[in-house]
Design a protein around this ligand. Structure first.
Ligand SMILES: Cc1cc2nc3c(=O)[nH]c(=O)nc-3n(C[C@H](O)[C@H](O)[C@H](O)COP(=O)(O)O)c2cc1C
Length: 180
């Protein structure tokens, strides 16, 4: 079984969650790829495509919101570091736009601040909508992983991501054995 986890990340939160989801998937062929390196050739023969990004202005990042990320780092007094190339893009939004019609199963996630959803928003809602437009079907509901107001992952979220990955693997494996 082959899975690809594509993520976008400014401060490393979504990357850490992506890596933990991949650990949970635990198939022999699992690749974690930053969206800036996610060429379409990597997607061939994929049984599961997992896509995640940070929530910016209640949705997926845009060039304008990504430009704001270095300011967050400056104001964090060393608490945050910018991931290489994070503020230049492309982000998940532009990457999905560039995809052709695809048919592997998919799963989506985001990270956002712990707050009522009406306040935080969640990027996974729009990631989901855009992937469906490209012909992918979701194998599980979208999931969010939470950070505090200083943009640090909450305790337990990395472990929860691993469990979510384990769960995704079970769902896809069951679908394959039922289809045989
Ligand atoms: C420009 C910008 C806009 C953001 N807007 C939101 C938002 O609307 N809602 C929210 O919950 N978090 C927001 N955040 C916080 C991020 O979603 C959160 O810190 C996320 O975990 C960052 O993930 P990353 O380190 O992978 O980039 C914003 C962060 C930045 C830099």
């Amino acid at each position: 079984m082959r899975a690809i986890v594509v993520y976008e990340s400014m401060f490393g939160n979504t990357r850490r969650i992506a890596e933990s989801i991949a650990d949970g998937l635990a198939w022999e062929d699992v690749e974690v790829i930053g969206v800036t390196h996610a060429g379409q050739e990597a997607l061939g023969g994929t049984d599961l495509l997992v896509v995640g990004g940070p929530t910016h202005a209640w949705s997926m990042s845009r060039p304008r919101t990504r430009k704001g990320a270095p300011e967050y780092v400056r104001k964090s007094d060393g608490g945050l570091e910018l991931e290489p190339g994070a503020d230049t893009g492309p982000g998940v939004r532009e990457w999905i736009d560039s995809l052709g019609e695809m048919h592997p199963g998919a799963a989506v996630f985001d990270t956002h601040i712990k707050a009522p959803l009406g306040v935080s928003g969640r990027a996974s809602k729009s990631i989901r909508r855009e992937l469906l437009r490209h012909g992918l079907s979701l194998v599980a509901p979208a999931e969010s992983f939470l950070v505090d107001r200083k943009n640090h992952l909450l305790t337990g979220e990395v472990a929860r991501a691993r469990q979510w990955g384990e769960n995704l693997a079970r769902i896809v494996e069951n679908r394959f054995s039922e289809a045989k």
